[in-house]
Ligand binder design. Structure first.
Ligand SMILES: [Zn+2]
Length: 297
């Protein structure tokens, strides 16, 4: 088709022709329509216009966005400086009488159990007093997956090494300076958890001083990791001379004695133990030969 063969070359040809021929209206008309270069240029111009408009819009949006961002940064600053002091007043968050919630600065830690295990460090000597003649001796296992736990006299002993006996005492810890000299009448309630050789020292100290509960003990620590400690008798039990201290200690143990042994390791059941080791205790075949289960122990 003639119309298909348009474009600049065709147009020029036709113009040349026109110079020597009579004006043909049809040709002129078709020339007008076919100037594709012009059409293309127009289109490009239009596209540029549209692009420019977009660019302007984008710039507007960006400025608006920036403004909003600056505004929200300001708001955050204002809000967070308010929050810095907002929780200084804890009323409305915790009931003052609620002893189950501890509020403290970051760094404050609370043990899962109410009784803290006494830990000694190299830089401080501690003054303590053992408050019962009775000693509690749980046995403790250790397993990489399970951690430390108290022996339940079952699969634990079959599967792991024999448990270590631990010697546990409820104690009071005095408020002292680094040398172990009391600096107030305050006492803390904790639990002492020692191995057999340290226990021998305690027994000896008791024998030499008319009963372990009648004296205070000055404790020195040579190695923190292994809690390598030594005891030294340090006079009559001071806490027994303070009415407040005695009341506090008695009330504490009346409420919390059931947690005492947790300092020597947590209590777990046999099925919890087996589950930790990867046994699905829910689907054990009743006819299973237990010797097979522990064949590689
Ligand atoms: Zn065991």
């Amino acid at each position: 088709m003639a119309e298909k063969k348009k474009g600049k070359d065709a147009f020029d040809e036709e113009i040349e022709d026109l110079e020597f021929e009579d004006v043909d209206e049809e040709n002129i008309e078709s020339v007008d329509v076919v100037d594709e270069d012009e059409v293309e240029a127009d289109l490009e111009d239009e596209e540029l216009d549209v692009q420019e408009e977009f660019d302007i819009e984008d710039e507007k949006d960006q400025k608006q966005e920036q403004k909003e961002q600056e505004k929200s940064v300001q708001e955050v600053k204002k809000g967070s400086s308010k929050l810095d002091t907002f929780f200084d007043d804890v009323s409305g968050v915790v009931d003052e009488a609620d002893e189950s919630v501890v509020v403290g600065d970051t760094g404050t830690k609370v043990s899962k159990y109410p009784i803290e295990k006494m830990k000694f460090n190299k830089n401080n000597r501690e003054l303590i007093s053992i408050i019962t003649q009775k000693v509690f001796i749980p046995k403790r296992h250790f397993h990489e997956e399970v951690g430390s736990f108290r022996c339940f006299g079952g699969a634990c002993c079959e599967h792991l090494d024999l448990p270590d006996p631990r010697y546990v005492y409820p104690i009071v810890v005095y408020d002292t300076d680094k040398t172990g000299k009391p600096i107030s009448q305050d006492v803390e309630v904790k639990a002492l958890d020692v191995s057999g050789d340290k226990y021998d020292d305690i027994v000896t100290a008791g024998e030499l001083h008319g009963g372990i509960t009648t004296i205070d003990l000055l404790v020195t620590c040579k190695d923190e990791t292994y809690q390598d400690i030594s005891f030294q008798a340090a006079g009559d039990a001071r806490w027994k001379k303070s009415k407040n201290a005695v009341k506090y200690v008695v009330e504490f143990w009346e409420k919390n004695k059931s947690y005492l042994l947790n300092v020597a390791g947590r209590k777990i059941t046999e099925s919890e133990f087996l589950e930790s080791l990867g046994y699905d205790t829910g689907t054990i075949d009743e006819n299973i030969d237990m010797d097979d289960v522990f064949a590689d122990s």
